[in-house]
Design a protein around this ligand. Structure first.
Ligand SMILES: Nc1nc2c(c(=O)[nH]1)N[C@H]1C(S)=C(S)[C@@H](COP(=O)(O)OP(=O)(O)OC[C@H]3O[C@@H](n4cnc5c(N)ncnc54)[C@H](O)[C@@H]3O)O[C@H]1N2
Ligand code: MOO
Length: 414
């Protein structure tokens, strides 16, 4: 079959592959537990201790020898002398003699010889002697050592994204630090002499810089540390200076604007001379003009995204997000797609992957997806209304209402 990619454009997958080949995971190091929330674990964690680490009581009550109390009932209570008390964190009594009881609190170590705990509610709560009016089963309310986790068990595998429950488990087995990869520092630079900071007054020929907020937020949502650099005008010297300044703190740089065919497309003009930068068209809509490569002695990856806000956002999701996730050691790199039923027909250009802004909703009948707004890549209002992108493959030129399609759910963690 002939290559359906339009002349002069490269397939999206080719650029993604080039990016993933260029970008490497950041080196891992031990980090304090609370700093690792949302990061990928960079080691296999084997349980250094069992949990519980000793037999302990599941109730506030009395530790007893089961055979002493197995006949206890309301009508025939069993009376035992209370020989002491064990609180949580106080292993004051190590062994229990038959024919006696020891007061014990929840979590406190069960003395050797005790084979059940009688909760307060089944007794008269006696201090010197206790009357037991209900028999526990053998072992009841004793939480045995290793019941939950056994020393040597594989607890968490390398690559696990660390959430609150994982941090809880790591702390429970005594880990104060864990090896993980740091958050990449992502620098976002908006280029364009028409751009102004939100909050300033606008002249008729100017617009507010939306992209750096859009992309810095997207980078942060992806787990990166995002630095939003101020607006850089369409001036090669200013752009080169801004880039050089940022190189010291960046693991990855994203620029927007200045990569198409305009007379003042300063990004392309300035970076084209770097042998390690590629500029060209990708067979996707929106997001055709792209640039990617590395600059500086550290070979810092640079993404030069198109200026139209929708193009910039969709390009970020397609190209920059996988790079950030690879740096963090998070799998999968690319946002997964799921299936949804289309509510309206759409057309799509032949040979290009089209990413259509859409809203997905689920009910008992399944997941449905509706396109929102028009095709224009300046329509940031419609972008904000969307929570999904419909992924229309290059070979598809028309889809009907009722067709099953692939969608990227934009706000979902993966
Ligand atoms: N003759 C051609 N013109 C254009 C082509 C083409 O192939 N031939 N491609 C079009 C496509 S597709 C896109 S996408 C844009 C990309 O252009 P640039 O990356 O050079 O971006 P700019 O020209 O600087 O800006 C485009 C558009 O976006 C607005 N913009 C830019 N930065 C921001 C920002 N930070 N916040 C909000 N809006 C921003 C800018 O004002 C322009 O309206 O090129 C087409 N043209
Ligand atoms: O490729 Mo552009 O991103 O369509 O507006």
């Amino acid at each position: 079959m002939a290559d359906p990619t339009p002349a002069g454009l490269i397939p999206v997958a080719d650029l993604v592959e080039r990016i993933l080949d260029t970008v490497s995971p950041l080196p891992a190091f031990p980090q304090p537990l609370m700093d690792t929330l949302g990061l990928a674990l960079a080691e296999d964690v084997v349980a250094p201790i069992s949990l519980p680490s000793f037999d302990n009581s599941g109730m506030d009550g009395y530790a007893v020898v089961h055979s002493d109390v197995e006949g206890a009932s309301e009508d025939a209570p069993v009376s035992l002398p209370v020989v002491g008390e064990i609180g949580a964190g106080r292993a004051t009594i190590l062994a229990l003699s038959p024919g006696t009881a020891v007061k014990i609190m929840t979590g406190a170590p069960v003395p050797k010889g005790a084979t059940a705990v009688v909760p307060y509610e089944w007794t008269d709560r006696g201090v010197a002697r206790v009357e037991i009016s209900r028999a526990p089963r053998e072992g009841q309310h004793v939480r045995p050592a290793g019941d939950d986790v056994r020393e040597g068990d594989m607890l968490l595998e390398e690559g696990t994204p660390l959430g609150p429950r994982h941090l809880g488990l790591l702390a429970a087995v005594g880990r104060a630090t864990v090896r993980s990869r740091p958050r990449p520092r992502v620098v976002i630079i908006s280029t364009g002499s028409e751009l102004r900071e939100p909050g300033s007054t606008l002249a008729r020929d100017a617009i507010y810089d939306a992209n750096s907020f859009l992309l810095a937020a997207a980078a942060r949502a992806a787990g990166a540390i995002a630095y939003r650099v101020g607006i850089v005008p369409d001036d090669p010297t200013a752009f080169t200076e801004a880039l050089t300044d940022q190189l010291v703190r960046a693991d990855l740089i994203v620029t927007t604007g200045g990569v198409s065919e305009g007379d003042f497309d300063v990004v392309k003009e300035t970076l084209s001379s770097h042998g390690s930068m590629w500029f060209g068209g990708v067979a996707m809509q929106p997001g055709k003009p792209q640039g990617f490569g590395t600059i500086g002695v550290d070979e810092t990856p640079v993404f030069t995204l198109p200026g139209n806000p929708v193009s910039a956002y969709v390009s970020f999701d397609t190209f920059v997000l996988p790079a950030i996730r690879r740096m963090m050691g998070m799998l999968p790199y690319e946002r997964p797609t799921s299936r949804a039923r289309l509510t309206h027909g759409i057309s799509s250009p032949e040979g290009k992957l089209q990413l259509v802004r859409a809203v997905h909703e689920s009910d008992r009948g399944g997941t449905f997806v509706s396109p929102v707004g028009g095709h224009g890549s300046h329509l940031i209002g419609d972008l904000a209304a969307a929570n999904a992108l419909i992924v229309v493959p290059p070979e598809t030129t028309a889809l009907q209402a009722g067709d099953m399609v692939a969608i990227r759910k934009l706000d979902e963690e993966f």
